[in-house]
Write a protein that binds this ligand. Structure first.
Ligand SMILES: Cc1cc2nc3c(=O)[nH]c(=O)nc-3n(C[C@H](O)[C@H](O)[C@H](O)COP(=O)(O)OP(=O)(O)OC[C@H]3O[C@@H](n4cnc5c(N)ncnc54)[C@H](O)[C@@H]3O)c2cc1C
Length: 455
């Protein structure tokens, strides 16, 4: 490795960031440059939906060196997190190692690191005491939960954004049934068998349907002292209807389908308080030992460091080519970006949007490197899907609206298609077939001594 000072480059080989991360680097030392001379030095933060698509487009390009930095070593397929949380799938079925996606792309290197700061003016990112320089930067660090000014609720009502949270939710659900079986006190038993989901968007609807399904079909023969089918599942939504992103008609059908599964859909119901014993909604206490949070997101904190005013959800406003205003070499994509569409409105926080944005950002970097014109972002609306329990879904596609069995098949097909990794697709297909044929969920283990924790 050659040393550097001033404007000289530190020539990097794959793995050298790890060296820098392992050796404390005083703050004022020049930042490490990982790209060989003569190649555009592109740094990508976050290999979620937006980041992975951008990386795929830049992989194999001879004039670009790409460094991917993510705090996890895997890409996570968030749309199926609820299936891990409700014991339908194993964690490893919905995650794929980032490094493995680029094993045949010598111009791509991957680093496991938490990015703390971005200095867009000086073209440096910071991770702990280490700094990395870039020519072009793509920021794709996504979003996290928003507890609307009550971060203390998170301990009682975990959200669903990471694999760790999905496994924790699964633990809470399974432990609640186990504790109910052993509980002599009727009121407490009822609280163990009451599941409150806060938030009636697609994630809340999918969680509610799946938990109702567990009680009514999966666990029916497993317990002797309780009837799992008697479990109450409450879906609390503060607006007057669920699935606000969907048309009224589809949202109403989804609400009816949930009711048929036994879910109590409580619209115009604002959660005012959450604690270990349940929630208070519209002034009434509901005793529940399992409360899950599926309401509201806020964008990654890195957005606030980019020198522009973020919106109420923490999203960073971007120019039509997805670059940061005033910084044409910095791109912000995915859930972190506030993208105004030419047709009016904002690009929604969906995986398909993030993927399209990632591709546009990568295209525009290549265009700049090669002296061509950049493209503005065009959103191709492919529609939205949400599944309800075992056999139903709602689909709002460009020209077609569907609800029920066919929409559910479409949901299965689309999710299998977009899941990363052939092995994962095969495993998910196998687990879904098993669950479909035998009404069983294979991932019902409460591992180690987790059950001893308070549910
Ligand atoms: C439970 C759930 C269900 C969903 N269902 C659907 C669905 O059915 N259909 C749909 O279209 N969309 C769905 N979405 C939304 C979709 O997943 C998001 O729109 C999409 O993931 C956004 O992509 P992204 O690349 O912006 O962020 P993400 O996919 O969240 O990726 C962000 C990446 O950045 C990394 N990162 C974050 N901060 C740092 C840091 N400081 N340092 C280093 N790395 C960092 C993270 O580890 C992660 O890999 C769902 C989301 C959730 C949570």
């Amino acid at each position: 490795m050659s040393g550097a000072c001033g404007n000289a480059r530190l020539i990097g080989k794959p793995g050298e960031l790890a060296f820098y991360m392992a050796t404390a680097q005083p703050l004022e030392q020049p930042p490490v440059v990982l790209a060989p001379a003569g190649k555009a030095n592109v740094v990508l933060l976050g290999a979620g939906f937006a980041g992975l698509e951008a990386a795929k487009k830049l992989a194999g390009q001879a004039d670009v060196h790409l460094t991917i930095i993510d705090r996890r070593n895997y890409h996570l397929f968030q749309p199926l997190l609820y299936q891990v949380a409700t014991a339908g799938l194993d964690s490893s079925s919905i995650a794929a190692p980032i490094r493995a996606q680029f094993e045949r792309a010598p111009n791509v290197e991957v680093h496991l690191a938490d990015v703390d700061a971005i200095d867009a003016d000086r073209k440096i990112i910071q991770s702990g005491p280490r700094r990395v320089a870039f020519d072009y930067l793509i920021v794709a660090t996504g979003a996290t939960h928003n507890y609307f000014g009550h971060p203390e609720w998170e301990a009682y009502a975990p959200g669903l954004k990471t694999l760790e949270q999905a496994v924790e939710i699964r633990r809470r659900i399974l432990v609640a049934f186990e504790r109910a079986e052993n509980e002599p006190d009727e009121a407490l038993r009822t609280a163990y068998l009451t599941f409150v989901i806060v938030g009636g968007g697609p994630t809340g609807v999918e969680l509610a349907g799946a938990i109702a399904d567990i009680g009514r079909t999966v666990l029916t023969r497993d317990f002797r002292r309780i009837d799992p089918a008697s479990a109450r599942v409450l879906l609390c939504q503060s607006p007057p209807r669920i699935l606000p992103q969907f048309e009224d008609r589809l949202a109403a059908k989804a609400a009816r389908a949930l009711a048929q599964l036994g879910v109590e859909v409580m619209t115009s119901t604002r959660v005012q308080h959450v604690d270990a014993d349940g929630v208070v909604t519209n002034g009434t206490r509901i005793a529940a030992k399992t409360v899950l949070w599926a309401a509201g997101v806020t964008s990654s904190a890195l957005g606030k460091q980019l020198g522009v005013t973020v919106d109420h959800a923490g999203r960073v406003p971007v120019s039509p080519d997805l670059s940061l205003p005033g910084h044409p070499n910095v791109f912000v994509v995915g859930d972190l970006a506030r993208v105004e569409l030419p047709s009016g409105g904002l690009a929604p926080g969906l995986a398909a949007v993030a993927m399209q944005e990632g591709r546009t950002a990568a295209h525009n970097i290549l265009a700049s490197v090669r002296g061509r014109e950049r493209n503005p972002f065009h959103y191709h609306d492919k529609g939205m899907l949400a599944t309800i329990g075992k056999h139903r879904a709602v689909a709002q596609l460009k020209h077609v609206r569907m609800c029920g069995y066919i929409a559910w098949w479409l949901w299965l097909f689309v999710h299998l298609l977009f899941l990363v990794g052939v092995r994962n697709r095969i495993r998910v297909f196998r687990d879904w077939s098993w669950s479909y044929l035998f009404s069983k969920r294979g991932s019902r283990l409460i591992t180690s001594c987790e059950w001893r924790l308070e549910a």
